[in-house]
Design a binder for this molecule. Structure first.
Ligand code: SAM
Length: 285
């Protein structure tokens, strides 16, 4: 209680005098929890996360960016959860993210999760944050400049459109998405961005296995294949979390992604089942 009261005072002071230096709180919970994941966050990282937290909460008063604003909850449910992307495929994603110049796209980034926390920890990433909503894009641009991050492009747009743009199509080593859509829809948003041999990592909950199974047809149609599902067991996260890892093994056919709104209206799996239904009814005539 006392900590929240004091924190409220600091925030009000910061708002009253935006340029005044403010004592940086330690992000202790994040630091300790990340250590359990084998990630050592240094002072610079923690300072960046602290600034991120403050800006998120301040902007959230004007725009609805997140329902999670409690200091500890943000550390775990946004920051730590984003960093768990580094645990996919026995640390393969961590190795990828630590290579300088690796190209990563976060599709439906919202207030920046998981892309921005990853960029803070792996500064060599060339990161694209794609987001459809203008106010969220405004926040992302503000955060990138506030944190002084180089090599981050913020784009306002829809995945269905940007995925057809030659400057972005099949250009990324890694695509990421959290809480954007069901997997059979999501693969149509993300796989067009992945280069051959690139990966798409979807952050999911307990539904990861069932969605992955249901999306296998959609993955195949888009040039992908399910590589693995990582079940995360983190004592701090109250709900089960999973990472569904899809590998791009063939170019995505030109007809994908379909027009904006069509992937969510008619996910590829249901198209496939419609086709097979009509084929089977023809076959039985
Ligand atoms: N990834 C963030 C997170 O986990 O906090 C945001 C999740 S929010 C529930 C989903 C976001 O995806 C929204 O901000 C929405 O505008 C964006 N989005 C949904 N469909 C999209 C699309 N087709 N192209 C780009 N952004 C999209």
């Amino acid at each position: 209680m006392l900590r929240h009261f004091l924190y409220g005072l600091i925030l009000s002071a910061k708002r009253a005098c935006p340029e005044c230096p403010v004592e940086i709180k330690p992000m202790k919970l994040l630091s300790e929890s990340a250590r359990h994941l084998g990630l050592r966050l240094n002072e610079e990282h923690l300072r960046a996360f602290e600034i991120y937290y403050r800006e998120l909460v301040a902007w959230n008063e004007k725009f609805n960016l997140t329902a999670i604003t409690d200091y500890d909850q943000v550390q775990i449910k946004h920051f730590l959860d984003s960093l768990t992307c580094l645990l996919a495929d026995e640390g393969l994603t961590r190795a990828i993210c630590q290579q300088p110049g690796v190209r990563v796209i976060d599709v439906g980034a919202g207030a920046g999760f998981p892309g921005l926390p990853l960029k803070i920890v792996c500064p060599g990433l060339q990161l694209t944050l794609l987001e459809a909503t203008g106010k969220k894009v405004g926040f992302l641009e503000h955060m990138v400049s506030r944190l002084g991050l180089a090599g981050v492009e913020v784009i306002r747009g829809r995945a269905e459109e940007l995925g057809r743009d030659a400057a972005y199509r099949e250009r990324y080593d890694l695509a990421l998405a959290r809480a954007v859509a069901e997997l059979s829809v999501l693969v149509e948003y993300t796989l067009p961005f992945c280069r051959l041999g690139g990966l798409f990592v979807a952050q999911k909950g307990a539904e990861g296995d069932a969605e992955a199974k249901a999306a296998e047809g959609a993955m195949a149609s888009l040039g992908g294949v399910l590589r693995c599902i990582v079940h995360l067991e983190l004592s701090n996260l109250d709900k089960p979390r999973s990472l569904v890892v899809v590998e791009k093994i063939a170019p995505t056919p030109e007809k994908y992604p379909r027009r904006p709104g069509i992937p969510s209206k008619r996910p590829l799996k249901s198209q496939r089942s419609k086709v097979s239904k009509s084929q089977s009814s023809k076959a039985s005539q």
